[in-house]
Design a protein around this ligand. Structure first.
Ligand code: FIX
Ligand code: ZN
Length: 423
């Protein structure tokens, strides 16, 4: 029979694991942050934190202004209204509200004053570059993956002109417009001198590959990425299914790059809320199983938005070595579900997955997103290592450090492997 670990041993184990989890640098493998020299696209500071779409959605639970009127307000006015409704008129206990407070607290501000003008003043002292370093230190993040879209008219010209890269920011090529709205994407590609027709002929697919190759090289992308609705199916006659098979996956094989699938988003369920109006639905993961089975040479990085899909995703990752599970995405990034999902993954996959990505849209958010995740993950790991210790398998410090490194980016790096010489 297993001897239960003593209270004393558990306390020591807890302290050790909390220390390792706090001090292990994370690779933030999916964000909406930008290299600071990329045309001023990087958002940071209190007002951008307050108008984050997670908070906008929550503010509308209390707002008496119609959405159309809200969007006519300036960013500062919106931020003030959100601050009043979500922080002053009610206690800010939701995860997104608490996140703002954790961030300010870790930055050294006194949140108890509830003084928005003073917080705004404090942010004015920071040059962006020093501030990036500060946020990355506090979050203990060593690399930030961006979301880079050639279809974004703010981003596209800056890449084409060229700029001196900040090597803390790594590019990921986002292809949603290509896959979810092919007729419009085809028109744009044709305008950029790719010889594409509306139908997905062999020649058109080759030209899409030429487009992907040009952008992969230009931005030095480390993976390609798309988010897809719950009804995505493969195989199918849809544009998305044909483009994935005929262009995206051959391109990924040629360049040795993974394809990241974020599954289960229902866009614009309430378009009046803009970015805050997206919702979710459970995906049919047989599409994913079919892709993993049909293309063993391709690597798939996958996260799912619906709680209902989490268990099946783990089971699929047990079947397909070319599938790597990552992060607790968006509506699942609340401690309650991070705890549940992380425990499920640890029990089904060991440490062969990536525990979290921040999905930050505002730089400062990396502080709270990683802080909250680390606390939950440490608790889950204490239970798992205590279970091992009860069998007599005492984990060594080096083993714990190795495992935590894997969960926070090591397994992801190993899964991606080196890119190919097609670069
Ligand atoms: O598709 C995505 O990458 C999503 O993460 C975003 O569209 C979403 O708006 C978001 O910010 C979620 O955290
Ligand atoms: Zn995202």
């Amino acid at each position: 029979m297993n001897a239960p670990v003593t209270e004393f041993r558990r306390t020591a184990l807890t302290a050790q694991i909390e220390r390792v989890v706090a001090s292990t640098p994370a690779i933030d493998m999916h964000t909406h942050l930008y290299d600071p020299t990329l045309g001023g696209l990087l958002l940071w500071g209190i007002d951008d934190m307050l108008v984050y779409h997670y908070l906008v959605a929550e503010a509308f639970r209390w707002l008496d202004v119609p959405a159309e009127k809200f969007w006519l307000m300036t960013k500062l006015e919106q931020a003030e209204l959100i601050w009043k409704r979500l922080f002053l008129d009610h206690s800010p206990i939701s995860e997104a509200c608490r996140g703002v407070l954790t961030t300010l607290h870790r930055l050294g501000l006194e949140v108890k004053q509830r003084d928005l003008p003073a917080v705004r003043e404090w942010f004015k002292q920071w040059p962006v570059d020093t501030y990036i370093t500060r946020c990355m230190e506090l979050a203990n993040v060593e690399a930030i993956f961006m979301t880079n879209s050639p279809f974004d008219s703010a981003e596209r010209p800056v890449w084409q002109k060229g700029f001196l890269r900040d090597d803390r920011f790594i590019a990921a090529l986002r292809v949603d417009p290509l896959l979810v709205d092919w007729p419009n994407a085809a028109t744009r590609l044709a305008g950029w001198n790719y010889q594409v027709g509306e139908g997905l002929s062999a020649n058109t697919l080759d030209e899409v590959r030429r487009f992907l190759a040009d952008w992969t090289r230009l931005i030095e992308a480390r993976y390609l990425m798309v988010s897809l609705p719950p009804d995505f199916a493969w195989p199918a006659n849809s544009d998305a299914a044909q483009l994935i098979e005929g262009a995206i996956l051959p391109h990924c094989r040629e360049f040795g790059l993974p394809f990241a699938l974020m599954l289960g988003v229902r866009r614009a369920v309430n378009p009046r809320l803009h970015l805050a109006g997206d919702a979710l639905g459970p995906s049919d993961l047989s599409a994913l199983a079919n892709l993993c089975a049909a293309f063993p040479e391709n690597k798939f990085l996958v996260t799912v938005l619906s709680r209902e899909n989490q268990h099946e995703l783990c089971v699929l990752a047990r079947k397909f070595p070319n599938l790597h599970v990552f992060g607790c995405w968006w509506f699942t990034n609340v401690p309650y579900l991070v705890d549940e999902i992380t425990r499920l993954r640890l029990e089904l996959l060991g440490t062969a997955f990536t525990v979290q990505h921040s999905d930050a849209r505002v730089l400062d958010q990396i502080i709270y997103k990683w802080d909250h995740t680390r606390k939950v993950v440490a608790h889950a790991l204490v239970d798992k290592y205590a279970d091992l210790a009860a069998t007599g398998w005492e984990p060594t410090a080096a083993e714990i450090e190795r495992d935590v490194r894997n969960l926070f980016g090591g397994a992801f790096t190993q899964f991606c492997g080196p890119a190919k010489s097609a670069f």
